[in-house]
Structure formats: structure tokens, C-alpha cells
Ligand binder design. Structure first.
Ligand code: ATP
Ligand code: MG
Length: 340
């Protein structure tokens, strides 16, 4: 049997992003993709466009297809490098769905019911939510375990799903013999959750969008306008206080992560200044951060054939690992090998 585990000195890292919404938002960049771009030399990175996960929203087919290609361009524009990392579309590797089924058979109904993201996304047994939305954390476990990843850079919102993934890997290994690497948790040092500018009690999400969402590809004047209209509070003091000053705290968090300046230093900078000054500084920092991304995106998206070619190369590399993992899994769970 071929050995699916990675060899060599670089640990394998895997992460994905859904090609949903109108594009990627600031939280995707600060909570995830920026870290992806930074770790490509030290890790053997697999980054995928989670188009099967996007289907839980039942998107318009033409929009999903276009967004998947555009998402590849956005990732590359944000610094993901297909020469160093394996970048692919999830649905191009059919083994994901197959492993998702097998892991689903090892997942307790109660265990799946405890996933808070399902509830965050409006899911409940009476809300008309799909079985796909309910079980997507299991497919996510399959995505991760397929590639024997050592760690998974994710935002804080995905921590619970990673715990489920670890549990499933351990359960499978205990029942069928050592098959999967158990991934370590990874939340980047800036793993803070970026909040919606209009409703700072909930996280910024690309599938929700609206004026509280900063798109990576927003024009500078649009970014500035949205930041200047961010919800604050009736006070005056620029300081972190999640309970009383959710909006101001979020703006300070954004500024801190983008400028890599600690929160207490920022509080000192803004002593005696007002919310207008804070918003001006946030706008300037975000606009400067995204300007090169916008420019590079325009170049990349102008050549869809090249994007498709890059995704095919990535799928080729990913498939090698996925096929080896699934050969082991199929044999261990007792599926009769198909005749060639
Ligand atoms: P959707 O609304 O479609 O779920 P999303 O914005 O939540 O979109 P995902 O594709 O679910 O994005 O997640 C991609 C990555 O971005 C994940 O690692 C996730 O943890 C991270 N992420 C998403 N939103 C935020 C946020 N507001 N702050 C920090 N990280 C985030
Ligand atoms: Mg999400």
C-alpha cells in the first residue's frame, strides 16, 4: 500500500475558503489568507476553494462557477503562490465527498448537533436548513484528514470544527488502525475575529455582505466610506471594551492587526483624540493594505485560461495524496477493492 503521509522536512498545512458572496472580505484576509501567504516557505501548503461547501448556500450555478475562478485569482493576488503551494478546487478531487460519507458514519448525531456554526448560520431542525449545512463540519474533517495535514490555519470561528476533525481522526485510527495524522490546532497569532462594521456583535462574513463588510477588492473610496460609517457608541474614548464599545474595539482590532501595532500602544496613540481620527487611521491602513492586491487581481482575472491551468496543476498534486489516502481508508473499513 502506498504511504499517504507526507515525507520531508516541511510540515503539511491545509486550509480552505468558500467561493461564496461577492468576494473575500477583510476577515478572510486578516484571519486566514494573510497567514497562508506567510507560511509557504516553512510549510507544504495545500489551499483549496471549498466549492462543495459553497453548495450549502444553494448558489446560482453561473455565479458559483465564476466565483470559484475569481476566488483563485483573489487568493493569488493576496500572496498565495501556486509555485510553492498546492492550490485547487475541492470538487476536482472527488475523494472529498467519499471520505466525508465514511467519516459521517463515525459521527454522532448529537456530536454534529453541538456545532455552533450551524446555529450561527441560522440552522435549526425547524428552519428548513439542509442536511448539507448540518453535516458540513464532517466534510470539512474529510478535507483536512485527506491530506494528512499537521496543522490547519483557520479563524477563531472554525476552532470547534477542528476539534471535531481531531476527534474523528482519533476515532478512525482507534477503530481501524493508524491511518490519519491528527492535526494540531492552529489559530494565527492575529487570529482575532473581525466583526461586521454595522453590527459588531457578529463576525464579518462574505455570504452576508452589506455595508458592514469590507471587500478586499472594494475601491479605496468605498472602503473609506464604509469605515467612516462604522457603528460606534455614544462615548468619546478610544479604548478596547468589547461589551460596551464593540464597534470601537473592532476598529482598534483591525488597525492593530493591519499595522502590527499592539492594542495598548494604539490606545495611547488615540488618547485625547476622537472616533473620527480612529476611523481615518483605519481607512488609511486598510486602503494601503489592499491597493496592491487590487492591482494584481486585475491582471490575474484577465486570463481565465491561465487560472484554470493553475487549478489543474494543483488538482494533479492534490489528487496524488487523496488517492493514496483513500486507498488506505477503503481497505481499512472493509470496502471490496474495485477490479481495474
Ligand atoms: P461565509 O459567510 O461564506 O461562511 P466567511 O467569510 O465566513 O464566508 P469562510 O470561507 O467560511 O468565510 O472562511 C474562510 C476563512 O476565513 C476561515 O479560515 C475563517 O475562519 C476565516 N474567517 C472568516 N470570517 C472571518 C472573520 N470575520 N474574522 C477572522 N477570520 C475569518
Ligand atoms: Mg464561514
Amino acid at each position: 500500500m502506498s504511504e499517504p503521509r507526507p515525507s520531508g522536512p516541511r510540515p503539511r498545512v491545509l486550509s480552505g475558503i468558500r467561493p461564496t458572496g461577492a468576494g473575500f472580505q477583510l476577515g478572510n484576509y486578516l484571519g486566514a489568507v494573510r497567514h497562508w501567504a506567510a507560511m509557504q516557505d516553512e510549510a507544504d501548503c495545500f489551499f483549496f476553494l471549498a466549492d462543495l461547501h459553497a453548495l450549502t448556500d444553494v448558489p446560482d450555478p453561473a455565479h458559483l462557477r465564476a466565483r470559484t475562478r475569481e476566488s483563485a485569482a483573489e487568493l493569488l493576488a493576496m500572496g498565495v503562490d501556486p509555485a510553492r503551494s498546492t492550490v485547487f478546487a475541492q470538487s476536482h478531487i472527488r475523494e472529498h465527498a467519499e471520505l466525508g460519507w465514511i467519516l459521517g458514519c463515525l459521527t454522532g448525531f448529537g456530536e454534529a448537533s453541538r456545532m455552533t456554526q450551524f446555529k450561527d448560520k441560522g440552522g435549526s431542525s425547524s428552519s428548513g436548513a439542509s442536511v448539507g449545512l448540518f453535516t458540513y463540519p464532517v466534510l470539512q474533517a474529510a478535507d483536512i484528514l485527506m491530506y494528512q495535514a499537521a496543522s490547519v490555519p483557520i479563524g477563531e470561528d472554525q476552532r470547534q470544527h477542528l476539534e471535531l476533525t481531531r476527534d474523528l481522526a482519533q476515532r478512525f485510527n482507534a477503530r481501524y488502525g493508524d491511518t490519519f495524522a491528527v492535526p494540531g490546532p492552529y489559530v494565527g497569532k492575529d487570529g482575532a475575529r473581525i466583526k461586521d462594521l454595522q453590527d459588531p456583535t457578529r463576525k464579518m462574513s462574505k455570504s452576508i455582505g452589506g455595508n458592514g463588510t469590507l471587500w478586499v477588492l472594494d475601491a479605496p473610496e468605498v472602503l473609506t466610506k464604509k469605515i467612516k460609517s462604522a457603528v460606534t457608541d455614544t462615548g468619546r474614548e478610544v479604548r478596547v471594551d468589547i461589551a460596551e464599545k464593540a464597534g470601537v474595539s473592532n476598529l482598534l482590532t483591525i488597525l492593530s492587526v493591519v499595522t502590527e501595532r499592539p492594542l495598548d500602544a494604539l490606545e495611547a496613540d488615540f488618547a485625547g483624540k476622537g472616533y473620527g481620527d480612529l476611523k481615518g487611521a483605519v481607512a488609511e491602513a486598510v486602503v494601503a493594505e489592499f491597493a496592491p492586491v487590487r492591482k494584481r487581481y486585475a491582471e490575474l482575472v484577465a486570463d481565465p485560461a491561465e487560472l484554470d491551468r493553475l487549478l489543474a496543476v494543483g488538482a494533479g498534486r492534490a489528487r496524488e495524496v487523496a488517492v493514496a489516502t483513500m486507498a488506505a481508508v477503503r481497505e481499512r473499513v472493509g470496502l471490496l477493492a474495485p477490479q481495474p
